[in-house]
Design a protein around this ligand. Structure first.
Ligand SMILES: [Zn+2]
Ligand SMILES: [Zn+2]
Length: 298
């Protein structure tokens, strides 16, 4: 029986769950930021100012606006590392939660108690080790790509696949999202997205689709279908020049597909593979990252 991870029969909704405004250290107002994303064709947006929840009802927009925030911590284990947790779908009173800023786990617990979902932000930028992510309970997703952490704003720490592959190999396969994390609005906005597949553009449906892994991260490429049948992974996508099937296998000769005009690709799973994920690159070098699929129940 074919199992769908991106179901081609469901609508796809495009959103950004990471941006800052003049309510914290961003350079544009919430209304201006919402307008940027609406005009760029996004369907939903969470404004995630530092340690603050902006009331979406204060913003006129055609977008589905979901209340959010970003909580920040430092830990030291071997080296000093930042831990930033984005909360989305939270009650407006989240910041009044006692102990919320005391530790990352208390932050996540507070976000969940406030009805929201917790996303682990930009692990590569934060210099996180896998344990920083795997040691936390209650995460719903992780940023596989963070635009602000990339060129030209922060060097090249936008892509967190290397550290997240270590988590996946240890059995921690969180759903993947991409976030712009825009502050400046000089080109850092409206670049990347999380794409959720669900029947309706409604807050609960969007958040549940993300948390259940019916989501992928993208700078442009569209993943139309991702499925597994008879130990073969099957992908359909918008026109691409490269598709990579990543897993815990060190070497797999069918892993990389490179040719002009790829719109579908497949990959035979080995019995020792414990997770699989797909990266798609289009003609302009823009990427899409599927959420990783844990294969232990195969
Ligand atoms: Zn951050
Ligand atoms: Zn941020």
């Amino acid at each position: 029986m074919k199992r769908y991870f991106i179901d081609p029969t469901l609508p796809q909704w495009k959103g950004n769950f990471h941006c800052h405004t003049t309510e914290s250290d961003g350079h544009r107002t919430p209304a201006e930021v919402a307008r940027f994303y609406e005009e760029a064709g996004y369907d939903f947006l969470a404004i995630t100012d530092h340690r603050k929840v902006v009331d979406p009802a204060s913003i006129r927009s055609g977008l589905l606006l979901i209340p959010g925030t970003e909580l920040d911590y430092f830990i030291t284990r071997g080296h000093r590392q930042a831990i930033h947790i984005v909360g989305v779908g939270v009650d407006l009173g989240l910041m009044d939660t006692p102990g919320l800023m005391d530790s990352p786990q208390q932050g996540i617990d507070g976000i969940i108690a406030a009805g929201g979902k917790a996303i682990f932000a930009h692990p590569a930028w934060s210099l996180n080790d896998p344990e920083a992510i795997m040691g936390l309970r209650g995460l719903s997703a992780v940023e596989v790509y963070n635009h602000m952490s990339d060129d030209p704003w922060n060097g090249r720490r936008g892509d967190s696949t290397a550290i997240l592959d270590l988590c996946c190999a240890d059995g921690c396969c969180l759903p993947y999202v991409a976030g712009d994390d825009c502050h400046n609005y000089d080109g850092d906005q409206c670049h990347s997205a999380l794409i959720v597949t669900c029947a309706e553009r409604e807050q609960g449906a969007v958040l549940n689709a993300m948390a259940q892994g019916r989501v992928y991260a993208s700078q442009g490429p569209v993943i139309k279908e991702l499925s597994i049948e008879d130990d073969t992974v099957y992908l359909r996508c918008s026109t691409a020049q490269q598709v990579i099937f990543n897993s815990n296998a060190m070497y797999a000769k069918e892993r990389v597909v490179v040719r002009r005009g790829i719109t579908e690709a497949s990959y035979p799973l080995r019995d020792y593979e414990t997770f699989i994920r797909v990266e798609v690159t289009d003609l302009w070098g823009r990427g899409a990252w599927s959420s990783p699929i844990l294969l232990k129940d195969r």
